[in-house]
Design a protein around this ligand. Sequence first.
Ligand SMILES: Cc1cc2nc3c(=O)[nH]c(=O)nc-3n(C[C@H](O)[C@H](O)[C@H](O)COP(=O)(O)OP(=O)(O)OC[C@H]3O[C@@H](n4cnc5c(N)ncnc54)[C@H](O)[C@@H]3O)c2cc1C
Ligand code: SF4
Length: 369
Amino acid sequence: MLGKIIDGIVKKTWSDEDIQKYVGKFKYACLVYSTNADLRHYSASGGTTTAILISSLQAGIIDGAVVCKAVLLDGKVRAAFYIAKTPEEMMESQGSKYVETRFLAEVLPLIREFNGKLAVVGLPCDLKALKRWQEKDKTIGDKVMFTIGLVCGHNSKTDLIDKVSERLEKQVGSKLKSYRFRFGHWRGKIEACFENGVVETPPSKIFNDYQNLFFFSERKCLACYDHYAYDADITTGDVWLFRLKSDPVKKTGVIVRTQKGEAVFQNAVSNKAVMYEMLDVRDIMDGQSRIGPSHYNVSARSRVSKYFALKLKDPVGEKVKWHSWVNAFVTLANLRLSESKWGKKIIFLTPRPLLKAYLFFKKGLESLK
Ligand SMILES: Cc1cc2nc3c(=O)[nH]c(=O)nc-3n(C[C@H](O)[C@H](O)[C@H](O)COP(=O)(O)OP(=O)(O)OC[C@H]3O[C@@H](n4cnc5c(N)ncnc54)[C@H](O)[C@@H]3O)c2cc1C
Ligand code: SF4
């Protein structure tokens, strides 16, 4: 009940034109979850992405999927792409990796060397780049059967995860053995396993509060307006609606865009790998009502970029209201601060209640219509 009231208060009005520009072309949207509880355990939302991959593998639509997992490289948490050829290997990729990757550099050789049909999961910018390769290189184009794009607010540079993991290692007095950025319901928890056998599951906010303030954001995200993965066959993301907070099963918001996407989604439905209910795409947009429009508004970031010695083009021509201007200013200021040595020190010395208040201020700006 309370959830419905909060949703009603923050609800925005989305015109057909808004849907077209923010979401792009699509067939329909739905609220989905994997029917396999094991598969939902470490999933980012409802485990839908992995459920679609596994049911496509079992139906012979693909022989493997390009996915990524968190690995420890020289003791540092990183994301590495690989081709998963079994359901177990696909499950190893579950959960979101909030750390920069080298998508094309790692994924193109993997696809070229693979002998068979593939699905690819990726962030909107990476799938856009892959699409160009699918069109110009037949060896790539012929192998990629479909793509699943993840809704994406922005991604973070390695500095953030390095600092968070360094703090955890100091607390526990042991080196990390494995790391999950987030699992579990709603905002979820981190899972950090250490060489001395200790397993810590702190709340994901010890990472996400810095991330949501755009400290250590990748620079490319400032120029990006593709929140919902225009170029994917299927888009999957969280549905941050308060009415779903008390739902015992966390769900995925799915946007089915193309015929290929519909075929693989319906295959998962008919195999009972997923359960779904139809959803108005506006519900998904309401769940992203802060970050969706502010992500799209490159115009605001372009206007303030001159104050931060950056030159950002404006490809979208959005109106820049005062609050979008201030929000863009805060975003760029935070990103630039996190790029300097002294800035990093200030950020990590800031007491958490102050950081939280700053985050509420930023979220407030993002919520204004
Ligand atoms: C950097 C990032 C930012 C995101 N921002 C938002 C957001 O603002 N709003 C929102 O609603 N959702 C966002 N998501 C998407 C969301 O967190 C889930 O990934 C999505 O809901 C799918 O969940 P699932 O349970 O279906 O996937 P799972 O079954 O858990 O599978 C996760 C899949 O994601 C792939 N993956 C994980 N991280 C990466 C990565 N960095 N690059 C490429 N592939 C990856 C894995 O290979 C795996 O196939 C973001 C994800 C990432 C990685
Ligand atoms: S915000 Fe855009 S550029 Fe940044 S990681 Fe996401 S899709 Fe890529």
